[in-house]
Design a protein around this ligand. Structure first.
Ligand code: SF4
Length: 226
């Protein structure tokens, strides 16, 4: 990256981390994806129970491979052959995990985390349950405002995830949401009936946290996930 552009990026990341801390979250910058696993090793206690939010970032950063090792007790939502009831059981068990490991769809420079889910096990556990939440996010997920966070989901995160999950949604065909632009008065308004197979059911904004340090955000200086 050009040095001047990189300087601008560094300032945006620093601003974002400062505001996350003001919102009672811990924040750290990791220059590359290779720094994620050593950082997690330093944060995770042996034998702790770990649950996961569905995330390409966890795969690309090596975090998923790490937590599948014998050092930890993984509540494994990816276990082969789970029935729908068993999978639901894993999602419910996640609420009592020591650690919930996930990414988010966007991070605003105001220090907010923004997430949109279909099943919503991820957004549920981010808000309440696990003692500790660790978010891993590539720097490209930083946006100036909530409005930009909503646009990011409609134009990048949701279409890419819908394609990955082989959903039959309008964004799979067009590459953007059926309601592509963020309407300031109706942030996630989707015309009724326009996307019945969608993955955008519940949206959360995590602002100031009631318990200081429950949420840690690791911002990685490489693009990761959607
Ligand atoms: S609401 Fe539907 S069309 Fe819009 S981004 Fe979500 S899945 Fe795609």
């Amino acid at each position: 990256m050009d040095a001047n552009r990189n300087k601008v990026r560094e300032m945006s990341i620093a601003r974002t981390m400062e505001r996350l801390r003001k919102n009672n979250m811990e924040a750290a910058f990791l220059p590359s994806a290779q720094d994620v696993v050593p950082m997690l090793r330093s944060m995770l206690e042996e034998n702790c129970t770990i649950a996961l939010g569905g995330s390409m970032t966890l795969v690309e950063s090596g975090a998923l491979k790490l937590v599948k090792s014998e050092t930890y007790r993984l509540i494994d939502r990816y276990e082969q052959g789970l029935s729908p009831d068993e999978l639901r059981g894993k999602f419910v068990e996640a609420f009592s995990a020591d650690v919930f490991l996930s990414s988010v769809n966007a991070i605003t420079e105001h220090g907010e985390l923004y997430c949109v889910d279909g099943t919503s096990n991820r957004v549920g556990a981010l808000l309440f349950g696990p003692k500790k939440v660790i978010i891993i996010a590539g720097w490209q997920k930083i946006v100036p405002s909530l409005r930009d966070a909503v646009d990011r989901v409609k134009r990048i995160s949701a279409p890419a995830n819908a394609i990955r999950l082989e959903k039959d949604t309008p964004c799979v065909k067009s590459g953007h949401c059926v309601a592509p632009f963020c309407d300031d008065r109706n942030l996630m308004a989707i015309p009724t009936g326009a996307c019945d197979a969608g993955i955008c059911s519940n949206m959360i904004i995590m602002g100031r946290q009631p318990r200081k340090g429950r949420v840690s955000v690791l911002i990685v200086g490489e693009e990761l996930g959607y």
